[in-house]
Design a protein around this ligand. Structure first.
Ligand code: NAP
Length: 455
């Protein structure tokens, strides 16, 4: 049987499901190297799924089985484009699949957006998830926060800001993150939605969670809810509206924190001398053609922190084509295409970098199957390049002084995080700085002193 070696860049669900499909088919003998910039695998499952959603995070168990497959190898701590030149991958593998996600935030493009205190939700999520790129302390001295956007990420950040230290304690957040959140001054969390509750992209389960917070009220103005109940809405919208109705009908309890929904409001500027002091909102409505338009009615919301949660886009890689408008790598069924629409030989994409930031984790299974089917049909047509052996590729990495973290290195990190968690009476406490991640990966030595502090 013909043997091929394939590289997958990115070890989140899209990359791992692609690897799984590749090693499970029986037309070819395929080995997969999964390359990740970070010494830890699982992408957004580790660094994006909210830490207080352990059930969603438990998908790690099935992702781990993919990494343990004898024909799959994890190569962490390799930054393609910095540590190695992308051409090395093209020269070493029959094909390369990029599954690098969408790590950049979308901008609002309004005045004052660059003031201190205005951040992307992405940055906040990365910080509380212990991402090593964002482990510098997040300033939570604000009393009022605006979260802009009506998607699940906005709900995640609002909920994390609204939860008590006791609610957050069981999560895997790094110790210093938990301490910051414990000392947070935040009282009011304004969720700013540019359209109505019937247009929000929240999923109902996540929305309903807000009704069960230990010490936070949720405020919805009944006047914002559609007057006519049955307007042929889809199931999610109807269930969301029922949840909003429940919120609107619930008395306030003088809880320490409040989540306040503002519908039909679009941010038009942020103001402040050095840091954000307020966000100006314009009332919106739909015109006769269904387009969102401003009404000219303005209000100013005093806030000291703004978290923009208006979607993600992929980071362009200068060696690959990029669709600036959609924020993805252009492709046909996963095969990368050039500016003229013709296929780029041996290059494929999977996940958010292929289709944009949408769907749930499982969506990536279908998505990566499509990419793998495309890749296999190209191999079948004789389109694979000769591959370097597993050892030869490592020799190339050695020549470039790359300190690879293999699966057993990741297991050292995993065990250390579990031990740190046990010290604090929970399942895991994440390590969030590059040096410690690399040092722990490199040796099974236990950093007892540090662990002692991670309670
Ligand atoms: P999203 O669902 O696409 O929501 C983005 C929101 O930003 C929309 O409400 C959009 O409003 C709004 N928006 C866009 N541009 C805006 C602007 N200029 N001004 C004001 N508002 C603006 O994106 P997301 O929340 O980042 O989530 C990304 C994906 O991850 C989604 O598929 C989501 O379901 C998924 N996710 C799932 C979970 C979970 O299942 N627990 C958790 C987190 C994320 P319009 O609708 O008007 O464009």
């Amino acid at each position: 049987m013909e043997k091929h070696r394939i590289a997958v860049v990115g070890s989140g669900p899209a990359g791992l499901y692609a690897a799984d499909s590749l090693v499970r088919q029986d037309a070819f003998d395929i080995e997969v190297d999964i390359i990740d910039r970070i010494p830890a695998p699982y992408g957004l499952v580790r660094y994006g799924v909210a830490p207080d959603h352990p059930r969603i995070k438990s998908v790690v168990r099935s992702l781990q089985r993919i990494l343990e497959h004898p024909k799959v190898r994890f190569l962490g701590n390799i930054n393609v484009g910095t540590d190695i030149e992308p051409q090395l991958l093209q020269d070493s593998y029959a094909a390369v699949i990029y599954a690098t996600g969408a790590s950049q935030d979308r901008q609002l493009d309004i005045e004052g957006e660059d003031l201190a205190g205005s951040h992307s939700a992405t940055r906040f999520v990365s910080w509380y998830s212990g991402h090593p790129d964002h482990n510098d302390a997040f300033d939570l001295s604000a009393r009022s926060v605006a979260v802009v956007g009506a998607g699940n990420v906005a709900l995640d950040v609002a909920r994390i800001l609204a939860k008590t230290a006791e609610e957050l304690h069981p999560t895997d957040m790094p110790h210093d993150v938990l301490e910051r959140l414990r000392a947070s001054h935040v009282q009011d969390i304004h969720i700013v939605c540019r359209r109505g509750p019937e247009h929000a992209k929240f999923t109902t389960k996540e929305l309903r969670e807000l009704l069960h917070l230990a010490d936070a009220d949720v405020i919805v103005d009944p006047a914002d809810l559609p007057a006519v109940l049955d307007q042929g809405y889809d199931a999610t919208t109807s269930e969301n509206l029922a949840a909003f109705r429940e919120m609107a009908g619930t008395d306030q309890t003088k809880a320490s924190r409040r989540i306040i929904f503002h519908f039909w409001q679009k941010p038009i500027r942020m103001t402040g001398t050095d840091t954000v002091e307020s966000i100006e909102l314009e009332r919106t409505e739909l015109d006769q053609s269904g387009n969102l338009v401003g009404t000219g009615h303005l209000q100013s919301l005093p806030v000291q922190l703004v978290l923009r949660s208006v979607g993600y886009r992929s980071l362009p890689m200068d060696w690959l084509p990029f669709d600036e408008v959609r924020g993805i790598i252009p492709n046909k069924a996963g095969r990368v295409t050039g500016p003229d629409g013709s296929p780029v030989h041996g290059l494929y994409v999977s996940g958010w970098v292929k289709r944009g930031p949408s769907g749930i984790i499982g969506t990536n299974k279908v998505d990566s199957s499509e990419t793998v089917a495309t890749l296999l049909s190209d191999l079948d047509a004789g389109g694979g390049r000769p591959s370097r052996s597993a050892e030869e590729f490592v020799e190339e990495l050695d020549k470039r002084n790359v300190k690879v973290v293999y699966f057993d290195g990741w297991q050292n990190i995993d065990e250390e995080e579990i031990l740190r968690g046990q010290h604090a009476g929970k399942d895991r406490t994440k390590i969030s700085d590059w040096d410690t991640l690399r040092n722990v990966a490199d040796s099974a030595q236990v950093l007892t002193g540090e662990r002692g502090q991670q309670t």
